[in-house]
Design a protein around this ligand. Structure first.
Ligand code: RIB
Length: 294
């Protein structure tokens, strides 16, 4: 299975703080790290580390060649990654002592793709290949439409949830991967019980496989016929940044290997349980051996 991932490459600036900064407050941080991040880059790295064949479609500033090198070193094919004149996307991330975080994003080069750039990047894709998307790059709805017409299978992680989601042709997506909050926003309602959640997902997305990450309660796969839940691993959480990206990469790689839905969910949960024990974005993603050893 060949996976194209049209996704953001960010430079993450991560600050450990006693609490998330309040309006008007000036706060000292106890540590600072600059690492490769962006949901796209993180997911590509997780996929490659999990053994999948992944081609990243993305852009960063010409001076940030190190970011492309890190993707390549992790095993990501970067033939479709370009260095451009626009500034690289970046994220300012605060992580507090309870492992809560908050993130300010600047899109930069990630927002410089027009629909023609996306179709050009995908010209070597053939029916049956996968296209993975998040919501940090420009023209995602066009990417979905193009990929569906080319009979690619589309995996969408609609994060971060912005108002443009309303224009996404979600019925063309094969696999939707969301957290509970994102699901609530898509359904425009809060589901009090798991039964209600399953019922609402089936009603809203009758032809789509939907994977919902449930934090400490694990993850659930829902489609018209099945409902599969696996538990989370109980660990000491340091930083949840990129945990969802790690989950998705290991989940999708397992599906690509033909593993069962349950096995794929377990792989995702194992990998993300390791990621949350480390500070950082792409730097927190474990290797396949570390996940297998769990
Ligand atoms: O999912 C985590 C990512 O979100 C970070 O790496 C940051 O760049 C933001 O895009």
């Amino acid at each position: 299975m060949k996976i194209y991932n049209y996704g953001a490459i960010n430079i993450d600036h991560i600050y450990q703080v006693p609490h998330l900064v309040k309006p008007g407050e000036t706060l000292s941080s106890s540590s600072y790290q600059q690492v490769l991040g962006g949901k796209g880059a993180n997911q590509s790295i997780a996929l490659a580390k999990a053994g999948a064949q992944v081609l990243h479609i993305g852009r960063c500033n010409k001076s940030d060649q190190w970011a492309i090198e890190q993707l390549s070193q992790a095993g990501v094919n970067c033939d479709l990654v370009e260095g451009v004149d626009q500034p690289s996307g970046h994220a300012i991330i605060q992580v507090d002592q309870q492992a809560e975080n908050c993130i300010v994003l600047f899109g930069g080069a990630n927002q410089s793709f027009d629909p023609d750039d996306i179709s050009t990047a995908l010209k070597s894709a053939v029916a049956g290949d996968w296209l993975l998307l998040q919501n940090e790059c420009s023209n995602i709805a066009d990417a979905v439409n193009f990929a569906a017409a080319a009979q690619l299978k589309i995996v969408l992680n609609p994060s971060p949830m912005l108002s443009n989601i309303d224009d996404f042709p979600l019925h063309k997506v094969s696999l939707l991967v969301v957290n509970e909050l994102e699901l609530q926003q898509l359904l425009q309602r809060k589901c009090d019980t798991k039964e209600k959640m399953v019922e609402q997902v089936r009603k809203a997305f009758p032809d789509t496989d939907v994977v919902v990450t449930l934090g400490a309660q694990g993850a659930m796969w829902i489609n018209a016929d099945e409902q599969i839940q696996v538990d989370a691993y109980v660990v000491e959480v340091v930083d949840t940044t990129a945990a969802g990206d790690t989950f998705l990469g290991f989940l999708l790689a397992a599906i690509g290997r033909g593993e069962s839905k349950k096995a794929a969910l377990i792989a995702g949960c194992k990998a993300s349980s390791l990621a949350v024990q480390r500070l950082g974005a792409s730097s927190s993603i474990p290797t396949a051996d570390q996940v297998a050893a769990l």
